[in-house]
Design a protein around this ligand. Structure first.
Ligand code: FES
Length: 78
């Protein structure tokens, strides 16, 4: 059995997956070209990217906080 594909949640950033492991298609099944020159594909989860569904780094300026980070921080004592 093949190893499972790991989708990594970057802290307060995109979901990252190995380029060789994925094809990204639109709602009609049309394949979207992957950003060139990178071994990893970063998928936006903040909603601010101008290159959706791919991350363009806008999450930093937007101050995006991922839900798993918010939950973890909320558990800390004041
Ligand atoms: S996660 Fe990077 S621009 Fe949205």
């Amino acid at each position: 059995m093949a190893e499972p594909i790991v989708i990594r949640c970057r802290e307060n950033g995109p979901l990252v997956v190995p380029r060789a492991a994925v094809r990204v298609v639109d709602h009609e099944g049309n394949e979207l070209p992957l950003p060139e020159g990178k071994e990893l594909v970063a998928l936006c989860r903040c909603g601010q990217s101008s290159t959706k569904p791919f991350c363009d780094g806008s999450h930093r300026a937007a101050g995006f906080r991922a839900c798993e980070t918010v939950a973890r921080n909320d558990e800390r004592p004041a």
